[in-house]
Design a protein around this ligand. Structure first.
Ligand SMILES: Nc1ncnc2c1ncn2[C@@H]1O[C@H](COP(=O)(O)OP(=O)(O)OP(=O)(O)O)[C@@H](O)[C@H]1O
Ligand SMILES: [Mg+2]
Length: 454
C-alpha cells in the first residue's frame, strides 16, 4: 500500500469514528432529553402528589376538628341530660321518700283493717315509683361515668336471706316457689358494695318472678370455680326460672337500655327496661361478667361471676345482731327547711323519746342556739337564708353568740347534690347522714355522738 492510500485509510477510519461518536453523542443527547422529560414529569407528579396529600391532610384535619366539635356537643348534651335527670329525680325523690316514711310510720299504728289495706297500696305504689326514679338516677350516673362502688365488709348470708325474705311475698302472691340454694362453703362475710349487689339480685329475681307465670324461681350462690381475670375471688350467682323465656334474637339486646323483649311487656308486666342495663353495668364495672341462657316457654338462667375481696376487719359479733332502738332521751335541734322532712325526722325522734326543736334555716338555728342548750344538731345542708355550712361555721366561731360552740353537728345531705365529706368537715360538722333518712343509721349516729360520749 502506498503512503497515500494508507493516509486515506486512516482518514476514513477517523471519519467513521467521528461519525460513530456523533451518532453516540446524538443518542446520548436524545436519551438525556428523554431522561430530562421523564424527570420533569416525575417532578410534576411528585408535586401533584404532595399537593394532593396536603389537601387530604387539610380535609382530615378539618373533619377531625368537626368531629371534635360534634363529640363535645354530644358529650355536653349527655351531661346536660344526666344532670337534668339527676336533678329531676332528686326533686321527685324528696317528697316520695316523705310519703314512704309516713306510710311506714302509719303502718306501725293500730288502724282499722280497711285503712291498713289502703295504706299498704299507697306504700306499694310509692315504692314502685321510687324504684323507677332510682333506676333513672342510676342510669344517668352510669351514662355520665359517675358511678362509684363502696368497699365495705358485710354479712353476705344476711344480705341473701333478707333479699329472699323481701321478695318471697311477691313470689307467693303469684303462687311461685322462691327457692334459695346457698353453698355451705360460701364465705359468711365479704368486702364489696352490698347495696349494688342487692340491687343486681333484686332486679334479676324480680324479673324472674315477674316473667314466670307458674313454677319456680331459684337463686343459687356458691364460690366460683373459675378465677376472675383480675385474680380476685368470685361468687357464682345463678337466677333461674321456669318462666316465659326470651326469644333467641332478643338475648343480646335485653341488656340495652329501655329494651324489653316484647313491646307489649310494659303493658303486661310494667317496668322501664333499665334494670338489666344497670345490673350489667354494676357487674362489669366491678370486673365481673353476666350472661343469659333462655328457651322460649321453658325458662331463663342469668349467670353472674361476681368479684369480691376478703374482709378487711375481723368480724364484730355485734354487727350481725338486729339493730336495737334503745331510747334516746336527748334534746335535738332539727334544722331543716322542708316541712315533710321536718315531720318525718321528728316522728322518728319522738319515737326514740327525744325532744325536738325545729329551725327552718341556719339563721333560725343560730338564734335558737343563742337562747337554748341542746345535745346535738341535725343540720340540713341546702337551705334558704343561711345554709348548713354557713350556720356550722358560725356555731364553731368562738366570737358568735351561740351558747355551745362544740355541740355535735350532723349534716343531712341530699344524695344528688351531695357535698363532699371534706366540705362538711371543713365547716366543722362532725358526721353526715345522706337522705332519705334511714332510722338505723340516724339512731346509731345520734347515739354515738350523745349517749356514748357521756
Ligand atoms: N327472667 C326473665 N324471663 C323472661 N324475660 C326476661 C327475664 N328477665 C328479663 N327479661 C326480658 O328482658 C327485658 C329487660 O329486663 P329489665 O330488667 O332490663 O327491664 P324490666 O324488668 O322490663 O323493667 P325494669 O327492670 O326497669 O323495671 C324485660 O322486659 C323482659 O322482656
Ligand atoms: Mg327488671
Amino acid at each position: 500500500m502506498t503512503n497515500d492510500s494508507k493516509y486515506d485509510a486512516v482518514l476514513r477510519t477517523l471519519d467513521r469514528e467521528r461519525q460513530a461518536r456523533r451518532s453516540a453523542e446524538k443518542i446520548i443527547e436524545e436519551k438525556s432529553l428523554e431522561i430530562y422529560l421523564v424527570n420533569q414529569e416525575l417532578l410534576e407528579l411528585n408535586q401533584d402528589l404532595e399537593r394532593r396529600i396536603a389537601e387530604r391532610t387539610q380535609a382530615i384535619e378539618a373533619s377531625k376538628a368537626e368531629l371534635e366539635i360534634a363529640k363535645k356537643i354530644a358529650e355536653d348534651a349527655t351531661s346536660a341530660k344526666s344532670s337534668f335527670l339527676s336533678n329531676m329525680s332528686h326533686e321527685i325523690r324528696t317528697p316520695l321518700n316523705g310519703i314512704i316514711s309516713i306510710s311506714e310510720l302509719l303502718l306501725d299504728e293500730k288502724l282499722p283493717e280497711k285503712a291498713m289495706g289502703m295504706l299498704g297500696s299507697i306504700k306499694y305504689s310509692a315504692d314502685n315509683l321510687l324504684k323507677i326514679i332510682n333506676e333513672i338516677l342510676d342510669f344517668s350516673k352510669i351514662e355520665a361515668g359517675k358511678i362509684s362502688f363502696e368497699a365495705i365488709d358485710f354479712d353476705l348470708h344476711r344480705l341473701l336471706k333478707e333479699l329472699i325474705k323481701n321478695l318471697e311475698f311477691s313470689a307467693k302472691a303469684k303462687g311461685i316457689d322462691l327457692i334459695a340454694d346457698f353453698d355451705k362453703d360460701l364465705p359468711a362475710r365479704i368486702n364489696g358494695d352490698p347495696v349494688k349487689l342487692s340491687q343486681i339480685l333484686t332486679n334479676l329475681i324480680g324479673n324472674a318472678i315477674k316473667f314466670t307465670l307458674n313454677g319456680y324461681v331459684k337463686l343459687i350462690v356458691k364460690k366460683s370455680d373459675t378465677d376472675l381475670e383480675n385474680g380476685k375471688m368470685g361468687l357464682y350467682i345463678c337466677v333461674k326460672d321456669s318462666g316465659i323465656g326470651i326469644p333467641k334474637e332478643k338475648l343480646e339486646s335485653i341488656f340495652q337500655s329501655f329494651v324489653q323483649s316484647d313491646s307489649s311487656t310494659t303493658r303486661h308486666f310494667g317496668g322501664t327496661g333499665l334494670g338489666l342495663t344497670i345490673s350489667k353495668n354494676f357487674v362489669e364495672l366491678q370486673g365481673g361478667t353476666i350472661k343469659v341462657e333462655s328457651e322460649l316457654n321453658k325458662g331463663s338462667r342469668f349467670i353472674i361471676h361476681y368479684p369480691y375481696s376478703s374482709c378487711k376487719k375481723e368480724q364484730d359479733s355485734s354487727e350481725s345482731k338486729p339493730y336495737e332502738f334503745i331510747p334516746l332521751p336527748i334534746k335535738v335541734l332539727l334544722v331543716e327547711d322542708n316541712k315533710l322532712n321536718q315531720f318525718v325526722a321528728s316522728q322518728f325522734l319522738h319515737k326514740w323519746k327525744s325532744t325536738v326543736d325545729i329551725a327552718n334555716n341556719g339563721k333560725e338555728a343560730v338564734y335558737l342556739l343563742s337562747k337554748n342548750k341542746y345535745d346535738v344538731i341535725l343540720m340540713d345542708v341546702q337551705m334558704p337564708e343561711m345554709n348548713g355550712l354557713e350556720a356550722s361555721r358560725l356555731i364553731r366561731d368562738k366570737n358568735s353568740n351561740v351558747l355551745q360552740h362544740n355541740i355535735p353537728i350532723i349534716a343531712l345531705t341530699a344524695n344528688a347534690f351531695e357535698k363532699s365529706r371534706k366540705e362538711i368537715a371543713d365547716a366543722g360538722m362532725n358526721e353526715f347522714i345522706s337522705k332519705p333518712l334511714r332510722p338505723e343509721l340516724m339512731h346509731g349516729i345520734l347515739k354515738t355522738l350523745t349517749l356514748d360520749r357521756k
